[in-house]
Design a protein around this ligand. Structure first.
Ligand code: 13P
Length: 254
């Protein structure tokens, strides 16, 4: 945690979830009572097909809803894409950009991530910008250099603590059950904090830096208590309301 920063827990459903899983969104919304919402922001990012119904289900609750990606442009001839404005039009408030699965599957570069982050800001969405090194980069001792590059080229100057959240997700920890040690996470998050503060000043000091990669109910308390870890980006464990809420509950007593 970081003093004076309200944590944020986001669930990334990835390409999972059909109508028969909508009850998990409703259950999650019900579980985020006012007391919990006062301690931490909670956001679910279902696939685009469920976005509008998700915001309808979470209306009048404290659960926030986000998308998983957006196109850099507002509208136009981009078959299959969804703009940040369309996401905002569904009443969603957040959008993940630069997830490593998009960098790998769709060849997204830091330049693409920058444009998408700007698109989120243009549409009034909070961007959840993902950064993280691959296993090969980690083994080669290049993690910090990779993160510095992703932050410098993928995060625009207009970034602040209101319009952007950073999510550190080591690629080798995603869906693998492996996580860095709390000490390693502390070192990396401190490094990210320094880069943000150096580049953006006060807003960089106040921005939330989430950890993502195999966060589960069983390890959440340990991972989320690390210095400069201001919440989590949760994949697999966000699909079940019970598990996702158990992770969010880590913050209730804090
Ligand atoms: P897992 O929690 O399934 O490892 O996924 C992490 C992730 O990629 C969230 O964006």
């Amino acid at each position: 945690m970081t003093p004076d920063i309200k944590p944020f827990v986001a669930g990334n459903w990835k390409m999972n979830g059909e109508r028969d899983q909508l009850d998990q969104i409703a259950l999650t919304a019900r579980g985020v009572d006012e007391e919990l919402a006062a301690k931490t922001g909670v956001c679910l990012c279902p696939p685009a097909t469920l976005l509008y119904v998700a915001t309808t289900l979470s209306e009048d609750t404290s659960l926030m809803v986000g998308a998983q990606d957006c196109h850099p442009e507002k509208e136009g001839a981009h078959t299959g894409d969804v703009s940040a404005e369309m996401i905002a039009d569904c009443f969603a408030t957040h959008c993940i950009v630069g997830h490593s699965e998009r960098r790998t599957d769709h060849g997204e570069t830091d330049e693409t991530v920058l444009r998408k982050t700007l698109a989120c800001h243009r549409a009034g969405l909070t961007a959840i910008v993902c950064i993280g090194e691959t296993e090969a980069e980690y083994d080669a001792g290049e993690a910090e250099a990779v993160l510095a590059r992703q932050l410098t080229h993928g995060v625009p100057e207009s970034t602040n603590e209101h319009n952007t959240i950073i999510a550190y997700e080591p690629v080798w920890a995603i869906g693998t059950g492996k996580t860095p040690s709390p000490d390693d996470i502390a070192t990396i998050h401190a490094f990210i904090r320094e880069r943000l503060a150096e580049r953006l000043g006060g807003p960089g000091e106040r921005m939330r830096i989430l950890y993502g990669g195999s966060v589960k109910p069983g390890n959440a308390a340990e991972l989320l208590s690390v210095n400069n870890v201001d919440g989590a980006l949760v994949g697999g464990a966000s699909l079940k309301a019970e598990d996702f809420l158990a992770i969010c509950e880590t913050y209730r007593g804090v």
